[in-house]
Structures are given as structure tokens and as C-alpha cells.
Design a protein around this ligand. Structure first.
Ligand SMILES: *[C@@H]1O[C@H](CO)[C@@H](O)[C@H](O)[C@H]1NC(C)=O
Ligand SMILES: *[C@@H]1O[C@H](CO)[C@@H](O)[C@H](O)[C@H]1NC(C)=O
Length: 314
């Protein structure tokens, strides 16, 4: 016991051997005074270091479930979506109400890029579960004169995201005396989504516009900012219905080709608008979250042009 205490005090004294002692030895005190002074100082330092390491331990100790909190959030989201999609189960195990910040408001967005134009379209139905909240809620937002964004998913997050992008676009214009290019906006959207990846914007985005060379561009995103430039894409509740039509009618350029090819489709502007109308007509037949009306925006050298097309109301 005593040996261990001796060893500990030795460790402490080696720990603090770097502390200068000159002040004690040069003072006029007797050797007994000096020794007791050393002892009390060492004792004080020992207590200090123990208190500090105890505090540090309580600060950094691993807490239960800390690393899985993000996954829990996503799991809750899945459960919430399953509950709101199907009828309430009776007689089954009780589902405790858990706070969930997300909803899925449905809806579909499609974008097709051509040689010198980009078509971007979205329906105007906004739903939650089996209810239609409104038949007239636009999903498209104009960010600059040559760049539009369309978002499906959770409407509140989409609105927040659009507002953020618009604000930063205006700030860019004030400091550079020119509008942000579509390519720059695409990168900024990715950064904005990735910045919030631990509590993501539950929005699935398509960015469409004209790039610096005047070619049509479509950028497609996941919820946390992974993105790709393509010739055409689709997001939202009708994605599984529309994407096969687009793949069938248009040929995607492989992203593995060297040098990289730009994926613009060979269609004329009128053909692309017709294809988009057909896509929404077929999704409106089978997807309950797509309907009412589709807003089609064409971005070309002469600006942004809007047209609408009726869909089924049921
Ligand atoms: C901003 O750009 C416009 C043309 O795009 C130019 O006429 C104007 O002088 C510029 N302003 C400044 C402060 O550079
Ligand atoms: C742009 O699109 C509009 C609407 O479809 C069309 O009237 C116009 O001619 C187009 N402009 C160019 C330069 O292609």
C-alpha cells in the first residue's frame, strides 16, 4: 500500500519536475519550510490534475446512442411516412406518438435539357396522407434569369430551401454585379443540402437552366446534396412511373465516357414539351399524389416561358 502511494507520488513529482523550483531554493526559508512547501504544492497540483481529468472524462464520455441519433431520425421519418400512407391499424400494438418534423407532400417534377433550351415542369397538387391540401401550389421557383429549381417532398423544407437560394443569389449579384451562373447555383445547392445533412431538407430537387455556353442543363439531387448533371431527370412521387418513359424515349449518355459528353437530348423544344406533357398525363392516371395541373417552364435564349396543362382532379 505504502509502496504504491510512494510510486504515485514519484509519478507526480516526475510529472511536475518541469515546474521551476528556483523561487523556493533562492528564498531565505529553512530546508524544512522548503520541503513542506514542495509537498503542499505537489499535493495541490495532484488534486488539480485529478479534478481536471474527471471533468474532461464527463465531457467526452461516450453517451448512449449518440452515434445512431441521425439514423433514428431517418427511421422515425420512414415510420411516419408508412403510417400516413396507410390506414390506421386497430387492435395492433399501440404506436406512441413521436415528434417528427417531416411530412411528405407528394408531387412530381420533370426536367429535360436540349441543345439550347431546358424544360422544367411540376404538378401543382399538395397532399398529406390521403388528403389533398391544395390543388394550386407551385413547386417551381425562379432563382435567376437562366436557372429554375423544382422540388418535391416536404413543402415547408422546399420553401425554406428556395428562399435561402434566392437570398444567396441576390447577395452574389450585389457583390459581383452579375447573376450567378447555373453551374455555380448547382454547386451552391449541393453545398446547402450537404451542410444540413444531419437534419436534412426533406426535398428532392431538380435544377434546370442554361449554362455559360448556352446549352441546356439539368442537375438532379438527393436529399443531402449528391448531384449529377444529366440530359433529363425526374423526382418525386411519380418518379418510378416517369423515369422508365424518359429512359425509353431518350438515351442517357454514360457518365463513364472519356472525354465527358454533355447529356443534352436530341429533341427539339416542341418535342420535349410534348414528351413532358405525356409523362405527366400517364403519372396522373396512376399516382394519387400527382394531378390537378402541370406547370411547364421553358428556359431558352429569349427568357423563361410558362405554360400550363390540365391533369385529372381525382
Ligand atoms: C455593372 O454591370 C453593368 C453591365 O452589366 C455595367 O454597365 C455597370 O457599370 C457595372 N457596375 C459596376 C459598379 O461595375
Ligand atoms: C423560346 O421559347 C418560346 C416559347 O416556347 C418561343 O416562343 C421562342 O421562340 C423561343 N426562343 C428561342 C430563341 O428559341
Amino acid at each position: 500500500m505504502r509502496a504504491r502511494a510512494k510510486r504515485r507520488s514519484n509519478t507526480l513529482s516526475t510529472l511536475f519536475s518541469s515546474i521551476p523550483r528556483s523561487r523556493c531554493t533562492t528564498s531565505g526559508k529553512t530546508s524544512v519550510d522548503i520541503r513542506s512547501h514542495h509537498r503542499s504544492r505537489r499535493c495541490f497540483s495532484g488534486i488539480l490534475i485529478l479534478t481536471l481529468s474527471y471533468n474532461v472524462y464527463w465531457q467526452i464520455r461516450p453517451r448512449e446512442g449518440s452515434q445512431s441519433r441521425c439514423y433514428q431520425k431517418l427511421n422515425n421519418l420512414d415510420r411516419k411516412m408508412m403510417l400516413s400512407a396507410g390506414p390506421q391499424q386497430h387492435g395492433g400494438p399501440t404506436q406512441h406518438a413521436s415528434w417528427s418534423p417531416y411530412d411528405n407532400n407528394g408531387g412530381t417534377c420533370v426536367a429535360v435539357a436540349g441543345k439550347d433550351y431546358c424544360v422544367i415542369a411540376a404538378d401543382t397538387r399538395m397532399s398529406t396522407g390521403f388528403n389533398i391540401l391544395t390543388r394550386d401550389q407551385t413547386k417551381v421557383c425562379k432563382l435567376t434569369d437562366k436557372c429554375l429549381i423544382a422540388s418535391a417532398g416536404f413543402r415547408a423544407d422546399a420553401i425554406t430551401l428556395h428562399k435561402t437560394l434566392q437570398t444567396r443569389g441576390i447577395m452574389y449579384k450585389h457583390s459581383h454585379n452579375k447573376s450567378m451562373s447555373c453551374v455555380a447555383m448547382a454547386q451552391m445547392l449541393s453545398n446547402t443540402l450537404y451542410m444540413k445533412r444531419f437534419f436534412p431538407y426533406y426535398a428532392f430537387n431538380l435544377l434546370g437552366g442554361i449554362d455559360n455556353e448556352g446549352k441546356g442543363a439539368v442537375y438532379t439531387y438527393d436529399a443531402i446534396g449528391s448531384y449529377e448533371r444529366t440530359g433529363y431527370s425526374c423526382q418525386g412521387s411519380g418518379q418510378a412511373l416517369i423515369m422508365p418513359i424518359l429512359d425509353n424515349q431518350l438515351k442517357a449518355v454514360s457518365p463513364l465516357l472519356v472525354p465527358p459528353q454533355d447529356g443534352a437530348t436530341p429533341l427539339t423544344q416542341e418535342q420535349a414539351v410534348d414528351l413532358v406533357k405525356d409523362c405527366f398525363a400517364t403519372a396522373g392516371e396512376r399516382d394519387i399524389y400527382t394531378g390537378d395541373e402541370v406547370e411547364i417552364y421553358v428556359i431558352n435564349a429569349s427568357g423563361v416561358h410558362k405554360q400550363t396543362q390540365e391533369l385529372k382532379l381525382d
